[in-house]
Write a protein that binds this ligand. Structure first.
Ligand code: MN
Length: 128
């Protein structure tokens, strides 16, 4: 099993924070700054898990999740997707799950929660 995480996020501060946090645990991180780039990056690379911001500048995270689940690259139908919602509103979480995300986390991103959530799907390469 690989250890590559694709993070689809338009906020550079979150991108830097999460990238550093995951790289410190031995994951490789691919970056995409908007939804369409995210879908394309998932199609063109071997990715093991996707972290998906919901509020994106082009198509939103719900639409990204739907396009991944319906993608002709069949792996993307099953890849773990963790949605990152801007607030804890119940509607956002339910929309993320019904769009095909496996679980969701609320912003602000808590690094320990992030590690635990990611490790539940793909073991950290740094922990032997
Ligand atoms: Mn955003």
């Amino acid at each position: 099993m690989g250890n590559t995480v694709l993070y689809i996020e338009d906020n550079p501060d979150n991108m830097t924070l999460v990238k550093r946090a995951l790289e410190s645990r031995g994951y490789a991180v691919l970056e995409a700054g908007d939804g369409l780039t995210g879908v394309e990056t998932a199609e063109q690379n071997d990715v093991d898990l996707i972290l998906l911001d919901i509020n994106l500048p082009d198509i939103d995270g719900y639409e990204v999740a739907r396009r991944l689940r319906a993608n002709r690259k069949i792996d993307l139908a099953y890849i773990p997707i963790i949605a990152i919602t801007a607030n804890a509103l119940k509607g956002d979480a339910e929309k993320a799950l019904s769009a095909g995300c496996d679980i969701y986390m609320s912003k602000p991103i808590n690094i320990r929660e992030l590690w635990a959530r990611v490790e539940a799907f793909i073991p950290s390469p740094a922990v032997k």
